[in-house]
Design a binder for this molecule. Structure first.
Ligand code: KIV
Ligand code: ZN
Length: 512
């Protein structure tokens, strides 16, 4: 048995299925590059057949990424599989991940297919995919709740057809660690050709056990691939979190005895990039990447850590990227220092012109704020409030007036397809007035389901990062905006969400 654990990241596919976490093609590419930097073995870039937008994102990532395998999800049918193969053309290493549900409940109620039909479909799909690419993963959806005898029959058949990885999803997060581990072990022991495939775990976090279940699948079941996402993003309560599983296996190498390719120094920057792109804030007490993960508040702990760090620390903060964060840039920092920081943060700008634009934004910010932290740089390089290329709306300027006892008024200048317009409104507060001013012209009719403000670097001098979640005609999108003025940040976030709503990408609800 190999002693290497393959890290399969599905932030861009399963993670993106979180309501509101949908990302644009460019955002996905940016995250994919960061995942490559992190040395993730496999990047599941999307579900190519689900929309033209997803197809293009998979295609772009496949062409750009060189070191990680790029994978596309596909349902178990020829059309989806062909679409995945087409999107992956040009990749250095590609994988098709095909799936079909195998639990009695899903087969009968969702697919309305008999077990024999599903069996045939699974076999034919893997055969079809293997004719297109050499690396094929098969997932029996809702595998953990499937009848083990039936599952053995299906999995043996798909391995015979050439599946190179067998993934056993706990689709609904129902498993508990020991039972999930034993389930994988039983399958591997009973299936005669099980040694011809790599076994993989894919756990959802509905009961808060996705990481524990995945570790049990590895330790007890002998799985050698873990499917996970940055910050545990994913459907409902999310997936197994990459940073937690990686640091558990690394910190407890004495117990797991497994090696990983991951370059852990990039974990924190990746977590921040995903959080700032999706607007899903990381809770302060989140393991590894939360703001308090390495903070020692009590006097006894501080005293212990100062005397001998391992009294209270089992991992080194710098090993996951925390120390790098201390470097602060300011108004006197030059273009080279800024460029170097971008490289260290994993921000790859396409051209010198893009770097110049980002540097100009940096200087503008440095005039208003004495210290610029990494979070500020990430925010300004992912700032979608401004007009970008073909985007429908872009922020230009804002003025507002509020005084105790008076109803606030706001005027917002923004672009619609490059043309400047100005909206005016009053509102309950300056933010409300500003968003109403935009809506008075856009008339999106979208319902706001979330509005949140987060101080990027903790003080009142900090930039405010605003997340706005809008819902319209069944689509849920997040917009994020950052600025030292939270009213401006709110307007940028609102316009960014409107841009996403406006994008035509139609998504077929993924079944996973
Ligand atoms: O949770 C799930 O079952 C999935 C599959 C598509 C692998 O995401
Ligand atoms: Zn899933």
């Amino acid at each position: 048995m190999s002693d290497k654990l393959i890290i399969f990241d599905t932030t861009l596919r399963d993670g993106e299925q979180s309501p509101g976490a949908s990302m644009t093609k460019d955002e996905k590419l940016r995250i994919a590059r960061q995942l490559e930097r992190l040395k993730v073995d496999v990047i599941e870039a999307g579900f190519a057949a689900s929309s033209n937008g997803d197809f293009e994102a998979v295609q772009l990532i496949a062409k750009t990424i060189k070191d990680s395998t790029v994978c596309s999800l596909s349902r178990a049918n020829d059309r989806d599989i062909s679409r995945a193969a087409e999107a992956l053309k040009g990749a250095n290493r590609s994988r098709i991940h095909t799936f079909i549900a195998t639990s009695a409940l899903h087969m009968e109620k969702k697919l309305r297919m008999s077990p024999d039909q599903v069996f045939e479909q699974a076999k034919l799909s893997v055969r079809f995919a293997r004719n297109l690419v050499a690396d094929v993963e098969f997932s029996p959806e809702d595998g953990y709740r499937s009848d083990p005898d039936y599952l053995c029959r299906v999995l043996e058949a798909v391995i015979k057809e050439g599946a190179t990885t067998i993934n056993v999803p706990d689709t609904v997060g129902y498993a508990v660690p020991e039972l999930y581990g034993l389930f994988i072990k039983e399958l591997r022991e009973r299936i005669p050709n099980s040694d011809q495939a790599v076994w993989s775990v894919h756990c959802h976090n509905d009961l808060g056990m996705a990481v524990a279940n995945s570790l049990a699948g590895v330790k007890i079941g002998g799985a050698r691939q873990v499917e996970c996402t940055i910050n545990g993003l994913g459907e409902r309560a999310g997936n197994c979190s990459l940073e937690e599983i990686v640091m558990a296996v690394k910190t407890r190498r004495d117990y797991f005895g497994l090696d990983l390719n991951i370059d852990t120094k990039h974990i924190l920057a990746t977590s921040r990039m995903v959080s700032q792109t999706t607007g899903f804030v990381v809770q302060p007490n989140k393991a590894v990447v939360g703001a308090n993960a390495f903070a020692h508040a009590s006097g006894i702990h501080q005293d212990g850590v100062l005397k001998a760090r391992d009294t209270y620390e089992i991992m080194r903060a710098e090993d996951v990227g925390w120390s790098a964060n201390k470097i602060v840039l300011g108004k006197l920092s030059g273009r080279n220092a800024f460029k170097q920081r971008l490289v260290e943060l994993g921000v790859q700008l396409e051209s010198e012109a893009d770097i110049n634009t980002a540097f100009a934004k940096f200087k503008e910010l440095a005039d208003r704020k004495s210290e610029i932290f990494d979070e500020d740089i990430l925010a300004l390089t992912s700032d979608k409030g401004r007009p970008q290329g073909d985007e429908q709306y872009g922020f230009v300027s804002l003025s507002q007036r509020s005084e105790t006892g008076e109803r606030p008024q706001a005027s917002v200048v923004f672009t619609v397809q490059g043309k400047e317009v100005k909206g005016d409104s009053d509102g309950n507060g300056p933010v409300d007035a500003s968003l109403k001013a935009i809506e008075s012209l856009v008339k999106s009719g979208a319902e706001m389901v979330l509005y949140s403000v987060n101080a990027i670097s903790g003080s009142t001098e900090s930039q405010g990062e605003v997340t706005v979640r809008l819902q319209n005609s069944g689509r849920v999108v997040n917009g994020v905006g950052a600025d030292p003025d939270i009213v401006v940040a709110s307007a940028k976030a609102y316009l960014s969400a409107l841009n996403k709503l406006h994008s035509k990408a139609e998504r077929v609800a993924a079944q996973g």
